[in-house]
Design a binder for this molecule. Structure first.
Ligand code: EPU
Length: 420
């Protein structure tokens, strides 16, 4: 297992290029199951999660080739398997994304039921109910979700409650090949969902309402292969913006979509960052004292849950008291105890973290339990006095391409070492 050793404090200066979005790439990869030939997806981030999802697709019978951030996926070279086994799903919850496409393409899918995750329960009831609304028979059998539609899926009506990124993508992937019209209400509007819809439209699907809460889908008989470039990762971009908030300095981000970043930029400005555009770059600068913030996570276009840990690392050093509430995942606070080890003062009550800003953090050994929590600890380590060791960085490798090399290029003293 690898660890990061970080010697702080350092400020950050320079340019960084933003990679393709993990959470956009995964549903696009699943959607390749629906095409009638070889899909080509470019700007795919080379991450543990994308590699792992490719392995799942290959086990299902897809032909796959991944090089230079370009992924070629062909589901037509052999008969597809319809089971996503426990050993794969337990390592990656996003495996549930094959449920809808396999059902639409093969008339059957069996996906091991994902369990909870490090910070609490993450149900998949909406994925199952959505498939039933499209006419599938869905049951649970010995830990598996088993869905069948021998005569094919048919159009239906379904309302997501609460809003769910994953379930919206999954049901959309089923509905594009269902017979007749489907109406989906209270859909997620995240850029990753919009990208999936656009890629499906590019392959011949009929979808109206992308980017709104209501999607109308007219099923088609078949889809061409997907051809698309993954959108820039707004959470990775947000993490680099937050890194400058925490550590101070001036960094230019290349290749990000500012329209996807508005809710994050708003909070970073409240923290005291100056954010501007310079040609194609988004520039973030923080030289003054960090200011306290009040943040509540919400579905897009609200502030993303995937950024609250990183913002908390900045709030830990603010001149006053900040409040962070996660309404999407009220228990997603495994970073709190670890930030406290670095000297942060945080109280957790009823899904809200109250952060009493301190004037400095101190390096210490810490351990991450999930992807964004690890990112927050790395940022805090860069700003902390002395040495921080972040253990179990495989979590961070799931969602950031070589983050230590890119932070080091900006001036952070961070290196990857082998840990026992
Ligand atoms: N929910 C249900 N039933 C369901 C599905 C979701 O009640 O069947 C609830 C969840 O418990 C949660 C809310 O709906 O309270 C929203 O969850 P959502 O389904 O939107 O989450 P997800 O699709 O499982 C994706 C991202 C997460 C990100 C969330 C929220 C991927 C692969 N994962 O998960 O990303 O936190 O949306 O934006 O796209 C990450 O990248 O670190 C990460 C965890």
């Amino acid at each position: 297992m690898d660890a990061f050793i970080i010697d702080g404090p350092t400020t950050l200066h320079g340019d960084v290029a933003i990679a393709g979005a993990k959470n956009a790439a995964l549903p696009l990869m699943a959607a390749a199951l629906l095409g009638n030939g070889e899909s080509v997806i470019t700007n795919v981030p080379d991450l543990a999660d994308t590699r792992f999802f490719l392995k799942l697709l290959e086990e299902l019978g897809m032909a796959g080739e991944f090089s230079n951030n370009t992924l070629r996926l062909d589901p037509t070279v052999r008969e597809l398997e319809t089971t996503a086994p426990y050993d794969i799903v337990r390592k990656m919850r996003a495996s549930i994304y094959v449920l809808g496409p396999l059902l639409a393409a093969r008339g059957e899918s069996r996906v091991s039921k994902p369990g909870g995750c490090a910070w609490g329960p993450r149900p998949v009831d909406l994925h199952m109910a959505g498939m039933m609304a499209l006419g599938a028979e869905v049951e649970e059998d010995h830990g598996y979700i088993v869905a069948r539609c021998p005569g094919g899926l048919k159009g239906g009506r379904f309302r997501f409650e609460p809003v769910s990124v994953g379930a919206t993508c999954n049901v959309l992937m089923g509905a594009v090949l269902a017979r007749g019209e489907t109406l989906l209400e209270n859909c997620a509007r995240e850029p990753e969902v919009v990208q999936l819809g656009e890629a499906l439209i590019g392959a011949g699907a009929h979808i109206e309402g992308l980017g709104t809460q209501t999607l109308q889908i007219q099923g088609v008989d078949s889809l061409s292969p997907l051809k698309c470039a993954v959108i820039p990762d707004r959470i990775e971009a947000g993490t680099f913006l937050a890194a400058v908030a925490v550590a101070g300095g001036r960094v230019r981000l290349a290749g990000c979509r500012q329209d996807h970043l508005e809710p994050i930029i708003g909070v970073l400005r409240d923290l005291g960052c100056v954010i501007s555009e310079e040609g194609d770059f988004l520039v973030v600068e923080r030289t003054g004292q960090l200011q306290p913030v009040k943040v509540e996570t919400q579905p897009f276009p609200g502030f993303p849950t995937d950024m609250q840990a990183q913002v908390m690392a900045a709030a830990a050093l603010a001149d006053g008291v900040s409040f962070i509430t996660d309404t999407i995942y009220p228990d997603r606070f495994t970073h709190v105890a670890e930030l406290e080890r670095l000297g942060a003062r945080i109280e957790l009550k009823n899904g809200t973290a109250t952060i009493m800003g301190v004037s400095e953090l101190q390096g210490a050994p810490v351990m991450a339990t999930d992807l964004r929590a690890s990112a927050a600890l790395v940022l805090a380590g860069i700003a902390a006095q002395g040495r921080t060791t972040v253990r179990r960085v495989y979590h961070i490798d799931r969602g950031y391409e070589r983050i230590e090399a890119r932070l080091a290029a900006l001036g952070a003293r961070i290196e990857r070492v082998k840990d026992s």
